[in-house]
Ligand binder design. Structure first.
Ligand code: 5AD
Ligand code: SF4
Length: 456
């Protein structure tokens, strides 16, 4: 979500002739987009912003702004804490950012804008028609959240749940496709309730419309709340051709007692039933999840239920977090907090268990043929002898990272194959990625030259 917001921030500032740079030293404007979901993310943001004081000292005209959820949460207190900051803008103020920057340029003033609106925040221009060199993109379909899980800060910093109009979403995706994008990830805190409040179309209907977009090859979405995962959405994994075979379905804990305290509104049993149904409809679907360890009052027995659930589901991957108190979140006042040491210990045990399943599932793919969409050069690319081969990175439909190399005399690929869908044979499996040998192109022509370059 923050990646998408940062892209909207960059687009807005482009209109003021600011361009992205990778160097903090040469920047005239630094915007730090912050995340408040866990205490650690907030600490990181403040420590990074603190270090920017030295840059401002060297270059007094430098403008520094802080946006996102921490900005929304802390508001004007931040100006006191960070005297070198010029601007604090909240999650609903992204559209007003260019206006604030212009004022700061002219008046050298300090601004705080954390106003939240009841209305949906449509960003100014979302049009991107020029090739961007990117094969994948995020698209926000809804904002905010009404679920109030007791540990979570999101409803307080992002406001009430609001869905965007399907027409605007489809238009945005069409424009992205024209710029070379081949895969979109539809974003919302709980996509399953998309459109319900506003009586728009349902989320599965939105998927069907997205599926019709010419030139788009793949659709992903995140996140689906288990309590609202509908039969229609489960069936979408069979019926919607471009929908990738992956669902992120956060369980948070395997203990019914803790689920209740978290206000998650489902049980371990109903969750497991949905997993079974998903696998029945789409046998090779990848399932990933989020888990919080050390929620207030979590006993060793509760934690063992989480480990047991992981063994039952055999997730393809897990994102696990140590519980931290968040401002306004109800659980901040819950008794029986778990010690730091206990949380570390539980996290370690959980990570070790999941590592076994991740590797087991990756290893099972060795020897199989997979379709991957090429996203860019692999992380190790620069270490490879660039005269003789290139290393590329793509993802399977199940969201596994696959690296492979292409030699210079290999003419079966375009020089820059970003956006191409190719068939590969998996040769090696690691914990976080797979290594493959390319076999053939599945969809001709690279999608980065404009509208005619795709063949869908
Ligand atoms: N402490 C730890 N983890 C949290 N998450 C959300 N709030 C907290 C918190 N207070 C985790 C949840 C959520 C993911 C995005 O972050 O697992 O699904
Ligand atoms: Fe937070 Fe729960 Fe909403 Fe997810 S569904 S954003 S965890 S309140």
């Amino acid at each position: 979500m923050n990646v998408y917001d940062s892209e909207q921030i960059a687009k807005g500032l482009k209109a003021l002739e600011y361009h992205l740079t990778s160097s903090l030293e040469t920047a005239d404007l630094i915007i730090v987009n912050t995340c408040a979901i866990r205490a650690k993310a907030e600490q990181k943001a403040f420590s990074f912003l603190g270090r920017l004081a030295a840059f401002k000292k060297k270059k007094p005209d430098l403008i520094i702004g802080m946006g996102g959820c921490v900005a929304q949460q802390e508001g004007k207190k931040i100006l006191k804490r960070l005297p070198h900051l010029d601007l604090v803008f909240g999650t609903h103020a992204i559209g007003r950012l260019p206006m604030h920057i212009q004022r700061i340029e002219k008046e050298k003033c300090r601004i705080v804008d954390i106003e939240m609106s009841e209305a949906l925040v449509e960003f100014g221009s979302t049009v991107t028609l020029k090739p961007t060199g990117k094969a994948t993109s995020f698209v926000t379909i809804m904002q905010g959240c009404d679920n109030y899980c007791t540990y979570c800060v999101v409803p307080y910093v992002r406001g009430r749940e609001k869905s965007r109009n399907p027409e605007n979403i489809i238009q945005e995706i069409q424009n992205l496709v024209k710029s070379g994008v081949r895969e979109v990830t539809l974003l919302g805190q709980n996509v399953n309730s998309y459109g319900q409040k506003e009586k728009l179309c349902s989320f599965p209907e939105l998927l069907q419309e997205t599926n019709k977009i010419k030139g788009l090859l793949r659709i992903r979405f995140t996140t689906s709340h288990p309590k609202d995962l509908s039969e229609d959405l489960i069936l979408a994994f069979k019926d919607i051709e471009k929908l990738c075979k992956h669902i992120h379905l956060p369980i948070q804990t395997g203990s019914n007692r803790i689920l209740k305290k978290m206000n998650r509104k489902y049980t371990r049993e109903s969750y497991l039933q949905k997993i079974e149904r998903l696998r029945h409809i789409c046998p090779d679907i990848a399932i990933t999840s989020d888990i919080i360890v050390g929620f207030p009052g979590e006993t060793e027995a509760d934690f063992k239920e989480t480990l047991d659930l992981i063994k039952t589901v055999e997730y393809d991957n897990l994102f696990s977090f140590k519980y931290s108190d968040r401002p306004n979140a109800a659980s901040a006042c819950f008794p029986s907090k778990i010690s730091k040491q206990e949380k570390n210990d539980r996290l370690q045990r959980l990570l070790e268990l999941q590592e076994y399943f991740t590797l087991k599932k990756n290893k099972a793919l060795v020897g199989s043929d997979q379709s991957i969409l090429i996203e860019g050069s692999s992380k190790k690319h620069k270490a490879v002898n660039a005269d003789h081969e290139w290393q590329w990175m793509g993802r399977t439909s199940t969201n596994r990272i696959v690296n492979f190399s292409q030699t210079n005399d290999d003419t079966s690929f375009n020089k820059v194959p970003i956006g191409q869908l190719i068939k590969v044979r998996i040769e090696k499996a690691f914990s976080h990625s797979l290594w493959a040998k390319p076999i053939r192109i599945e969809q001709k022509s690279v999608g980065l030259k404009g509208e005619e370059s795709y063949a869908a």
